[in-house]
Design a protein around this ligand. Sequence first.
Ligand code: DGJ
Length: 730
Amino acid sequence: MMGIHFDEQKKIFHLSAKDTSYAMEILKENYLVHLYWGKKVQSFGNSNPLQFLDRAFSGNPNKEDRTFSLDTTPQEYPQYGNTDFRKPAFQIQLENGSTITDLRYKSHEIKQGKEKLLGLPATYVEDAKEAETLEILLEDLVAGLEVKLTYTVFADYNVITRSAAIKNVGTENLKILRALSANIDFREADFELIHLPGAWGKERQVERQPLRPGLQGIESARGASSHQHNPFIALARKNTTEDFGEVFAFNLVYSGNFLAQAEVDQFQNTRVTIGINPFDFSWKLGPSETFQTPEVVMTYSDQGLGEMSRTFHELYRNRLCRGTYRDKERPILINNWEATYFDFNAEKIEEIAAAGQELGIELFVLDDGWFGKRDNDTSSLGDWFVHEEKLPNGLKELAERVENCDMQFGLWFEPEMVSVDSDLYRKHPDWCLHVPNRRKSESRNQLILDFSREDVCEEIIKQVSAILSSVPISYVKWDMNRHMTEIGSALLPSDQQRETAHRYMLGLYKVMEEITTAFPHILFESCSGGGGRFDAGILYYMPQTWTSDNTDAISRLKIQYGTSLVYPIVSMGSHVSAVPNHQVHRITSIEMRGDVAMSGNLGYELDLTKLTEEEKEAVKKQTAFYKEHRHLIQFGDFYRLLSPFEGNETAWLFVNKEKTESLVFYFRVLAEPAAPLRSIRLKGLDAKKKYIVENLGQVYGGDELAYVGLSVPHDIQGDFQSYVWHLKEV
Ligand code: DGJ
């Protein structure tokens, strides 16, 4: 049973999600403290109450009680300045210059369901019975400040979401210096920290290391969630594996600068905080104004990382992603980027589309280069009208030619950017992010439009909508190819310049909301130089993300494995591309490339007109196979079997909800002398069911497949090999 219970006598809140409990107490002089987060308990009696003793150099807010210090107390939303020396969750500055607050519990409310977060992406419910929400109001009478902490528990997920809203209820201006979304003070430090660092072409690599005393964490100050770090951290027990053990995971539903950190203090407690990066951030909060932080999704699993991921996948597929395509099978696409780069014309496009149709592909995506005068990356971003020299008969005619090949038509945009060589920039040089008297650093020859401005957002909505409503477009790829520098806005006063990066995100979310709502039939896929903005914030608007610009099958094993820790398989765009691969120059077979790409949202990104007959046959087989099984892959449960971060082999499987069908993918990177003869033990099947392994024509019990396993055929030889088993209940 899910629910939120408040014990009036003990002043304890007990929140329960599916199999999770969370407890807090209103303590001493109305401080809100953290008691527990973990496996569900039926009722919370406080068997392990906080203990108080006088500890040296931990000061006491109340001199009458030397045993009470905020420095030694686990808190829900810790603050700065009165006896807690650890990093606070938030901080504000008053007009008198002081940066200290003293928030205490004021009141609370328990509500059915879950309300929308104003202007920000968040998980949602479709029926109020799916969740319960607790709002706790804290106040600081001196500052004229109220902070509302919001907690939602879900009936069907081991998930608690949190956010904070900071309200100025006084008469003077406040300045927010730090406003993180959530804080948890664990009363222990025996954890390992898991996170997903990376780089362009190498996104979301899995890292795991024991916590050590002091601060450790990850952040982005690049104006995007970034390739370099993902807004996800988890604390796992030392013995936690894929299938066993506890893990506490945090994922921020936000696409801009973030901070996620763990601080192990002198008494071996661990403070985890996550939210908007306080670095170069501040927010002016006038009387009666409210600042809403993004949401953090907190997942608890006592069945290892696999269960953690399945919880995220399920929640994000069903209650974060929205729109027509949320529950719809996704089309197989062909994208012309690696096929032609900027060098194409309508005839070439039509040829590729026609070849795609013959091979069973369903959607053609015209990438960069169709607009303005764009023949390379030095011009035209911001001029979203057709490149007349390249496409003299216009975009509509081209879309129709593609549709005549029985293919849907999709189009690339990079709406947040402007080239210095563009009509838009010539007309509005102050519409980009910039700082007076400083040069505007370019990256890929482009500047970033100032989406904190309404006029800029309106113009972009107008331009993009004009194309989307005049051309038959079924799909949009929304790209973003540089990070922010010289972050400043021409419209904001000097004391609000540090709001620019967050205001940009609010503007971007508004633009995405308007465009995706106005064109509900269009499938949107986001992109940022590959997977540089693969986060839950964007998934709220666009249910797919281009996982990485690195399309090499071997590199993709790690990228897709790491991405799968948090994000659903159906959200991962993955393409078969040409060999030698354009990013790493590796040669792998078309079969291996197909098996990796179809472990996500399958697409192709190469010149189909240049395929050999053999390759064409292979592609035909792949598209037919994918169409038959894509429901299982895109909407089934995902189990990781072998990690590419631990060895030469990778394996994962998909199983449908009814557990009647499964696909098992095995990949081996290098051939080795004396290679081990492998078997793979399957997961997620029904032990009581019998399955036919179609490749072998043999029937085995689900229990045998799980405990004894299947042997990997020894005759797959050479480097870069893959093998797929298909199982069906008999
Ligand atoms: C970066 C993207 O990740 C690529 O797929 C491609 O769309 C290029 N931009 C086009 O400029």
